[in-house]
Design a binder for this molecule. Structure first.
Ligand code: C5P
Length: 257
């Protein structure tokens, strides 16, 4: 399990346990509801995204709860502030032992570099694995061009970030244009033929992974399903497993978490 989630192996797309590519966005309005989804799904989904809503509501307690359940945390607070403030906030996130976290690339080179140094230093001090620093290029709610996204991604990676959040429709373009390895995390995933909610440019999990996404973020298709476990399993089996087509159902079910 550890190996499947290590920084190095994240770069190899056909590695280990493909279910690890699914990140559940815990976009819910109570701690009880967040715990419900973590309890129900932590044997299937190994990374939970803690965003602004649930973090504002529960603070570090939700992170501690997820870690206690042996799952990983994607802290999606999209830091954007002066370099000193962001690097100090990054240190706190390292102390919470999150797997990955986001910051706005438009915060500038100094902010990004200081954040990266702080993460490294703090992780070394605590003797733990450094969280992956993931840059937000342009919010999908804002107008942008592919070139703009590409330029921001370049700046982020030049400053030592490990990857970027981007729409699945941008992944193939970025992977082709950026001549280096990086992690692409893509939200806006919908099962084939389902409602798109407020997401403008959706893709199925299978399409996103085929395009080069390393992780997919899924919220409402699982959170609002009548049976979230069934929805998660369908997504993992029908989409993620088929996208790589390497493991049998039996094998995945018996993988120790
Ligand atoms: O419910 P849904 O599957 O649309 O959730 C997607 C998640 O990904 C949400 O937590 C949302 O904030 C996040 N996200 C996004 N688009 C971005 C960045 C993050 O939808 N560009």
């Amino acid at each position: 399990m550890k190996a499947a989630l290590s920084h190095k192996s994240n770069h190899k797309s056909n590695h280990k346990l493909q279910a690890d590519k699914v990140i559940l966005a815990l976009d819910v309005d109570s701690f009880a509801r967040a715990k419900y989804f973590v309890d129900k799904l932590c044997t299937r989904i190994k990374i939970f995204k803690v965003g602004l809503q649930i973090f504002t509501l529960c603070g570090p307690e939700i992170i501690k709860y997820i870690r206690k359940k042996k799952a990983e945390v994607f802290l999606d607070l999209k830091f954007y502030d002066i370099p000193n403030t962001v690097s100090n906030a990054v240190r706190q996130a390292v102390r919470l032992n999150v797997k990955m976290m986001t910051l706005h690339i438009s915060g500038g080179r100094e902010m990004l570099k200081r954040a990266q140094e702080a993460a490294k230093e703090e992780a070394r001090f605590l003797k733990i694995e450094r969280p992956l620093l993931i840059g937000v290029t342009v919010l999908t709610s804002q107008p942008s061009t592919a070139e703009e996204v590409l330029n921001l991604a370049k700046i982020g990676l030049d400053c030592g970030l490990d990857g970027v959040v981007c729409s699945a429709r941008e992944v193939a373009f970025l992977k082709e244009k950026l001549d280096r390895k990086f992690i692409a995390i893509t939200p806006g995933i919908r099962p084939p033929g389902s409602a798109r909610d407020d997401q403008k440019r959706t893709m199925t999990a299978k399409e996103a992974l085929a395009a080069g996404s390393d992780f997919i973020v899924v919220g409402r298709p699982i959170l609002e399903a009548k049976d979230p476990v069934d929805a998660a399993e369908r997504l993992i089996w029908d989409q993620v497993q088929n996208a790589v087509g390497t493991r049998s159902k039996m094998r995945l079910r018996s993988v120790p978490m």
